[in-house]
Design a protein around this ligand. Structure first.
Ligand code: ZN
Length: 196
């Protein structure tokens, strides 16, 4: 088997790419099972729903070990929102891959502070194939790799604040480290943000 990781910022199309690969496996008559962390209930508890509303049935699990128990004889195993899983997820993926399964994992590589997110760095290291997707920076139109948490909730220190376009926006590296006034004009770069 093998491990594929699809990573990138929010709004970069990770779930769409995951669904595309899983649907192609289904078309090829391979057995497919999809998991997501039970924590992610933004849209739907039973299905993985991308921003394009492509739906594929999925199983919410609380611990990555549950994936091992529920993936017997599956040829392809998809895992969405992998950043929210516990530290055992890379070992679970490796064990399934050794058993012969194709594992496709999608997740945020960085949290809103630009830090490596949960088990993702480990997964990126052990994967055979890595795809890094980009969104478009809402400030300048360049490729965006950062998920900027809007000021409205930036005081909440929790790494896990589920949300969508009301809470986060994709930004490139420079705009991520910049402040903008209400007219959208750049104001002097806030150095403390870079050091955090
Ligand atoms: Zn930008």
């Amino acid at each position: 088997g093998s491990i594929e990781v699809i990573c990138g910022s929010m709004f970069s199309g990770k779930t769409e790419e995951l669904i595309r690969r899983l649907k192609r496996a289904q078309i090829a008559n391979q057995s497919v099972k999809i998991f997501k962390p039970a924590i992610d209930t933004r849209y739907d508890v039973e299905n993985i729903v991308s921003h394009d509303a492509n739906v594929i049935p999925s199983t919410p699990v609380s611990h990555s070990r549950d994936i091992l128990l529920m993936s017997n004889n599956m040829q392809v195993v998809g895992i969405d929102e992998a950043q929210f899983f516990d530290a055992d997820l890379p070992h679970v993926c490796e064990e399934l891959a050794v058993r012969g399964a194709r594992i496709i994992v999608a997740g945020l590589d960085m949290d809103y502070k630009g830090r490596p997110f949960g088990p993702m760095p480990h997964l990126l290291s052990v994967a055979e194939f890595v795809t890094k997707l980009h969104a478009i920076c809402v400030k300048c139109g360049n490729l965006a790799s950062h998920s900027y948490r809007k000021k409205i909730i930036i005081d909440q220190d929790s790494q896990v604040v589920l949300g969508e376009k009301d809470l986060y926006e994709p930004r490139c590296r420079i705009c991520y480290h910049s402040e903008f006034d209400i007219n959208g004009d750049i104001i002097p770069i806030a150095i403390e943000r870079i050091n955090n």
